[in-house]
Design a protein around this ligand. Structure first.
Ligand code: ADP
Ligand code: MG
Length: 313
């Protein structure tokens, strides 16, 4: 019996630059095509950290040398560009892989806007690092010239940080649902979605933020009434005491058990924590729903119950 599955792809599914992405999506397409071959309805979402950073830097470079014509490119526009670029590569890789397996199925990317709350406290405390690492001098220059906020990231250098508000609802949800119902494989909510505020009338205004793709995927899975949310990342399972001698991989957790581990600080903020939080929220959202965290290459085994960390009631 096929399930409706929302799959959130992590950074390792896409690589860090153009040639890496071109190669990575081929492996990603194989993993996803396997699940489609098994009869599941698949909806894909993905991260965009390196890509949105690259686009944002390129847009800034483009106008830097010509101060008179300098037009800042809003971060929301950079996210939209990243959805287009990543969707293009994913869509093509999946199209090719499905056709190679004799599966006739349309694959389409939806430029997706996600509503955020202007009063979200995240706007007062930017936490999301984007783009390349910089030296202290480069970072200080951007702070002075462009009013950016930067952080020192775990001894690896400086990075720009932006707000990461919680996703509230998906503007294009009905279009996505219609496409899924029509049998298409849909790529949506890329990079957590283009963050927008609802303003007067029907106008949507882009926000200078990056939404966490794990949280956006959780909202997508809930709004599509999916059976399963799968978060594919660089580890086969989540662990307690991660990286310590007493590390223990987790196989199956109830949302309540996961909450205890969260409160004990076992999952790193910005990496594993949002995944476990998204998994808990989805598993609690309706009876019968489950979430799975595993490696990209293990997606099929994970759905078959052979590996990964499952969070379910
Ligand atoms: P993605 O691009 O898939 O979102 P992230 O790097 O954000 O990937 O998050 C996955 C990473 O989280 C893993 O590669 C691992 O290094 C780290 N991590 C932090 N805490 C844990 C934990 N408790 N168990 C497993 N992995 C963890
Ligand atoms: Mg991440």
């Amino acid at each position: 019996m096929g399930k409706r599955i929302v799959i959130a792809l992590g950074g390792n599914a896409l690589g860090n630059n153009l040639p890496e992405q071109m190669l990575a999506v081929k492996q990603t397409a194989k993993a996803i095509a396997g699940l489609i071959e098994d009869g599941n309805q698949v909806i894909l979402s993905h991260g965009n950290g390196p890509q949105v950073g690259m686009i944002q830097k390129a847009m800034a470079e483009l106008t830097r040398s010509d101060a008179e014509r300098y037009i800042p490119c809003p971060l929301s526009v950079c996210v939209a560009m990243s959805q287009g670029y990543i969707g293009y590569d994913l869509q093509n890789a999946l199209r090719e892989e499905l056709l190679d397996r004799g599966i006739q199925k349309g694959v389409a990317t939806v430029l997706t806007q996600v509503e955020v709350d202007p009063a979200d406290p995240a706007f007062q405390h930017p936490t999301k690092p984007i783009g390349a690492f910089m030296t202290r001098e480069e970072a200080e220059k951007l702070v002075a010239e462009r009013d950016y906020q930067v952080i020192e990231d775990a001894g690896r250098g400086y990075r720009r940080v932006v707000a990461s508000p919680k996703p509230r609802s998906i503007v294009e949800i009905q279009s996505i649902r219609d496409m899924v119902e029509a049998g298409l494989v849909v790529v949506a909510c890329g990079g957590g979605g283009i963050p927008v505020f609802r303003t007067e009338g029907h106008h949507l205004k882009g926000a200078a933020a990056v939404i966490d793709k794990d949280f956006a995927s959780c909202v997508l899975a809930q709004q599509l009434e999916a059976d399963t949310l799968i978060i594919l990342t660089a580890v086969e399972k989540a662990a307690v005491n991660f990286g310590r001698p007493n590390q223990k991989w987790l196989d199956r957790l109830t949302p309540e058990e996961a909450e205890v581990y969260i409160s004990e600080g076992h999952f790193a903020p910005g990496s594993m924590l949002p995944k476990v939080q998204a998994a808990v929220e989805f598993a609690q959202s309706a009876p019968g729903r489950s979430a799975l965290i595993t490696l990209l290459e293990k997606a099929r085994d994970g759905v078959a119950g052979k590996t990964g960390t499952v969070i379910a009631m």
